[in-house]
Write a protein that binds this ligand. Structure first.
Ligand code: MLT
Length: 266
């Protein structure tokens, strides 16, 4: 899987571009990188053109310190799709923070969006307490390094059953987090803290939409994602067995089957 780079404004974005056909853009969660989509890059890449970027500040992409909003991430990706010469709309698939970016792609670049796949994400904004906690965490990560996120986040990312059955998952995710630039993490935390509540806009989504959630997701639980699916006209909800917040990583077989069925019907 070779990584390419493309300069977008002042930043160089790294991405995988694999396969041919309808383009599918895979947007990773926080504080990860494109590698969380490895199983989807393989399975979807056999039938579609899969583009899996590292968002600004993550993975091998360039870092801009300060704050990066979800709107900025979305604009980066719209510019990347343009730079790749993709004239038509793309299927936009985002997990968690990637879902926050997907909402903004729909709101700001709707003509670029063929369909939406929302995995383990939220439409609601942060409460003031959660937002304040993110700002504090941003400062701590800058002082102490990204490693402090590993014990704090891992129990919330993976379902207990998948963490126990596949200890290598937590190890690999931990390594990704530890090598992420603290400035990139802090900038995304500040951006997430001020992201808008998009609940009221869900009813206006007109493209085909698939909603995917791990049945043990503790961050964006099935009940909350069910409400998102009911609010989007015609959206389909698929619950993934034995998976927490990272359903595409924890149960790739079920997630890939749901995505391939959805994509084939477009
Ligand atoms: C993610 O997985 O991207 C994070 O859980 C998003 C968040 O912190 O809200």
């Amino acid at each position: 899987m070779s990584i390419r780079t493309q300069t977008i404004g002042s930043v160089e974005l790294a991405f995988v571009d694999s396969g041919e056909g309808t383009p599918v853009l895979l947007i990773h969660g926080f504080p990860l990188d494109h590698a969380m989509w490895s199983a989807q890059i393989d399975a979807l890449g056999a039938h579609y053109r899969v583009i899996a970027p590292d968002l600004r500040g993550f993975g091998a992409s360039g870092v801009t310190p300060g704050k990066v909003t979800m709107e900025q991430f979305a604009d980066d990706l719209a510019a990347l799709v343009d730079a790749l010469g993709i004239g038509g709309p793309v299927v936009v698939c985002g997990l968690s923070m990637g879902g926050y970016v997907a909402w903004q792609l729909w709101r700001r670049h709707a003509r670029r969006v063929r369909a939406l796949i929302l995995c383990d994400t939220r439409a609601a904004a942060d409460t003031p307490e959660v937002a304040a906690g993110r700002l504090e965490t941003a400062e701590r990560v800058l002082r102490e390094g990204p490693g402090l996120l590993v014990p704090a986040m891992m129990p919330k990312l993976l379902a207990p059953s998948s963490a126990a059955a596949r200890p290598e998952l937590a190890e690999a995710l931990g390594r990704v987090i530890e090598r992420t630039d603290p400035q990139g993490i802090a900038a995304a935390l500040r951006g997430m803290a001020e992201r808008p509540d998009v609940t009221a806009t869900l009813a206006a989504i007109t493209c085909p939409t698939l909603v995917v959630v791990g049945n043990e997701d503790a961050i964006s639980p099935p009940q909350e994602m069910g409400a998102i699916a009911r609010a989007i006209p015609g959206a389909r909800l698929v619950e993934i067995d034995g998976a927490g917040h990272l359903s595409p990583v924890e149960n790739p077989e079920q997630v890939n089957a749901a995505m391939l069925e959805f994509l084939a019907a477009l």
